[in-house]
Design a protein around this ligand. Sequence first.
Ligand code: TYD
Length: 210
Amino acid sequence: MSGLFVTFEGPEGAGKSTQLARLVERLWADGLACTVTREPGGTELGSRVREVLLDPSLTIDPLPEFLLYSASRAQLVANVIRPALDRGEVVVCDRYADSSLVYQGAGRGLDARLLTDITRAVTGGQMPDLTVLLDLDPVIGLERAARRGQPDRLEQADLAFHRRVREGFLVLAGLNPSRFLVLDAILAPEVLEERIWHAVQSCPHSSSTS
Ligand code: TYD
């Protein structure tokens, strides 16, 4: 029996966490077992790597940055995501491999082939069944994120970087239309919640590993 793997993606301040929490509430209310996790993080190792990655006082070059995200991801897939899918659960993850393709690829300029090859190795090819992309103008998103407190290392990057990230997500979604649900994050939270719920309910439980 294999479960359903749902990821949330988007630029800073797009409201992923809010929508993720609403989805999880509905899954529980429907009696569905689910595992909720996030990247970077989700394991003891991932949490420590997260602290390093988000530390605004550190300068990290693009390649080691990607490798650190990948280290967290490898541990998360092996210890959390794959076991939960094998138990037949719904796994809901705040960011996943697409974030690396976009932040470290479109954003930092790392080679797409290198990113996909290493990502396939660290995930064992485990891709989401459904990816919800909350799309938002980075000017609005960064403003929202700034209201939450001091910017982390990624939020400190310049606007041009965040514009490339937004575009990168849209290009990736265009290349994978059957996996992505692209939503305008400016819509009312209730409207977003309904659309996401509908997409989850109509999603085939395949948990592709190719
Ligand atoms: P987080 O506080 O989780 O941000 P958000 O609430 O926007 O998800 O911080 C994660 C940051 O790491 C975020 O800026 C996106 C970035 N990131 C990457 O650059 N590459 C990755 O592979 C992942 C998973 C996240």
